[in-house]
Design a protein. Structure first.
Lengths: 294, 358
């Protein structure tokens, strides 16, 4: 029983990371209607920036995280400006391939700078582990910070979108970008803002991910990126609460699957659950059903 | 009697076949002359594999209009089914030609079966949901193959999903599929010539399918699902047909791939989603729905990193930049306008106009 609870907590922690990454995916999808395959690699860049700042230059972890968020925000906006903006209005597949190109680009830049050896990441969290039930359950500082960060981000993002002017502009663009433009919403600026927020979240996710799983390579971001993408689809892509629920569920399923069924099949189980959900609800848990008109 | 002028379509297709045969002849001559590096010679069979994969994926992405990101999964099924067969019958069937022929049939059939079974649920979904589910199936296939242990001894087959010991084999038993280590000792039956023949067969199947009633039905569904349905086209049947044929051809590519290696293991590198994405890149860069384009793109993009070897560490970076630049140049509204203004035709047309004005 105690084992189950600690697996559950670990699952929620991993799920929180997925949820934060999935938020970036889902926001970009909702607004630009594109699958940003390079999102996972922004996570990796975020991890490397913190690694350089903290382990390389000896800066305090908080400053490192801030630098990483700033770098990734700028990176996200630059990628959008150079690679995706010219392709607005092009076919979906062309945008997808460009995103894949950006993903290769980021991986290879990291490979050139840092090499292919695995870097061991020093955790940025210095909170003592929490011991519950006379030490039967130990919750690490990283887990606490990750879950808290996810909750804070979730609340902040929801209120930003609901109450701020730019947030509502985002909603409007995702609903109907043509109509939003007619109403005086600056669509290009809104899309750039979405990429900026998504990339900033990716930086935070990268730091949290590397703090819990401290091996950092140029390919670190790829698999979590795909998983988060799955999480976003799971919850209904384009929906922010959906990304949150999808991320948490995915993390819990993955950790429980690893613990109780088979560690090699954990990924297969995650994907199988996704398939079952989509077959029952073809647009994900919270996705909107779009009625096709003739 | 006059010879009837060739139909434009037929002519186009003959060029495609001719191009493949010409490429083969040129390569053979160059090899005889000793002008081909051993590195490039080693690339020939994988090149054929990629061409088959790209052409078959084009059937789903281009002709049927469904974004599939799990093509490598079907290749994986074909590779493992056929390698298992070849390994098991290595002693009994010594005629390598016949054995390889049967292996191709088995690989194609196994992949077709998986394509059919996966296609039934998957093709209910649309667009990006379909893409992510095919990606998920591809990853599941790869993961499951990595935990299969299969052996054979005097009492028959033994299977386990844990490790080689839990199969409880007799001492004379032989492990055929060894989990993450995969299959070792597959006979080396693939060759460049066989690869080219398989490409031609693939082209024959795909081109004939596209230019048939079936192909027109599939394209009608792609262009307007509801209109197609309203004129009585059975949507599920045709979509499933395209998906199954495509999967089966990917299986053939897998057979070719497996019989070119002595050790076959399902790794993210060869059967993961990265592979599926790479094939998708071939299809999109070659031109969606354009069969000849897929072939050219597969060849060029496979050779490009090799030709850029002089750039060492920068070559994959260059590859990424080329990819982004090509997409922006060919697909963006700005790029298209640029091409129209400065295309050869437009320049020649302008000159003509000027001449006429003079």
């Amino acid at each position: 029983m105690m084992g189950f609870i600690s697996y559950l907590v670990n699952g929620i922690s991993l799920g929180s990371v997925y949820a934060i990454i999935a938020l970036g995916y889902t926001m970009v999808y909702g607004i630009a209607k594109m699958l940003n395959f390079a999102h996972g690699d922004v996570i990796m860049i975020g991890g490397f920036v913190v690694f350089t700042a903290v382990s390389g230059m000896g800066l305090p972890p908080v400053i490192g995280v801030l630098i990483s968020v700033v770098v990734c925000t700028i990176l996200g906006m630059v990628i959008e400006r150079i690679a995706y903006k010219p392709l607005r209005g092009a076919s979906k597949l062309a945008v997808l391939i460009t995103a894949i190109g950006v993903s290769y680009f980021l991986q290879n830049v990291a490979l050139l700078i840092y090499g292919s050896n695995t870097k061991s990441f020093t955790s940025v969290v210095s909170i003592e582990p929490l011991s519950l039930a006379d030490g039967a359950i130990i919750i690490s500082g990283e887990t606490i910070v990750t879950i808290l960060a996810c909750i804070v981000i979730m609340i902040a993002l929801t209120s930003f979108i609901k109450y701020s002017k730019s947030g509502r502009a985002m909603l409007a663009v995702s609903e109907d970008s043509g109509a939003a433009q007619l109403m005086g919403v600056n669509v290009n600026a809104t899309i750039a803002l979405t990429f900026a927020i998504g990339s900033a979240l990716a930086a935070i996710a990268g730091v949290l991910l590397c703090s819990s799983y401290p091996a950092l390579t140029p390919y670190t971001g790829a698999m979590p990126g795909i998983k988060a993408f799955v999480a976003a689809v799971f919850g209904g892509i384009g929906s922010i609460p959906g990304a949150f629920i999808g991320g948490i569920l995915l993390g819990v399923i993955e950790i429980l699957g690893k613990a109780y069924i088979s560690s090699q099949l954990a990924d297969a189980i995650v994907f199988a659950v996704l398939i079952i959900v989509l077959l029952v609800k073809p647009t994900g848990l919270l996705g909107k059903q779009i009625q096709e008109k003739v | 009697m006059k010879v009837k002028a060739l139909n434009k379509n037929t002519k186009n297709n003959l060029i495609t076949y001719g191009m493949v045969i010409l490429a083969y002849v040129v390569m053979e001559i160059l090899m005889k002359a000793g002008m081909v590096s051993s590195l490039l010679q080693g690339l020939l069979v994988p090149l054929c594999t990629y061409v088959i994969l790209a052409v078959s994926l084009n059937l789903v992405v281009g002709i049927s209009g469904e974004l599939s990101l799990g093509h490598a999964g079907f290749m994986c099924v074909g590779a493992f089914a056929s390698a298992f067969f070849s390994n098991y019958t290595k002693e009994a069937l010594t005629v390598s030609g016949l054995r390889f022929f049967l292996a191709i049939l088995i690989g194609a059939a196994a992949a077709a079966l998986f394509g059919f079974l996966i296609g039934i649920p998957v093709l209910r979904l649309r667009g990006d949901y379909l893409a992510i589910v095919t990606l998920a199936f591809g990853e599941i296939i790869k993961n499951v193959i990595n935990v299969i242990f299969l052996g054979h001894d005097s009492k028959g087959f033994h299977i386990s999903f844990k490790d080689a010991f839990s199969m409880n084999m007799e001492p004379d038993g032989e492990v055929l599929i060894n989990g993450p280590q995969g299959i070792t000792g597959t006979p080396h039956d693939s060759s460049f010539l066989i690869g080219i023949i398989l490409i031609l067969i693939t082209l024959f199947i795909v081109i004939n399918m596209v230019n048939s009633r079936t192909g027109r039905a599939i394209m009608a569904i792609r262009d307007n699902r509801i209109a197609a349905e309203s004129v009585g086209i059975h949507i599920t049947k045709y979509k499933l047909l395209a998906f199954t044929v495509s999967a089966s051809l990917a299986g053939v590519a897998g057979v070719l791939y497996a019989h070119n290696l002595s050790t076959l293991a399902a790794q993210p590198k060869n059967f993961g989603y990265n592979m599926s994405i790479m094939i998708l890149v071939f299809v999109v860069l070659g031109g969606i729905g354009n069969i000849r384009g897929s072939i050219i793109a597969a060849v060029v993009l496979t050779l490009l990193p090799e030709l850029l070897r002089g750039l060492n560490d920068y070559r994959m970076l260059m590859y990424a930049i080329v990819l982004i630049a090509t997409m922006i140049f060919t697909s963006s509204p700005g790029g298209q306008a640029f091409r129209e203004r400065y295309s050869l035709k437009a320049l020649l047309g302008q000159k003509k106009q000027k001449k006429e004005a003079e």
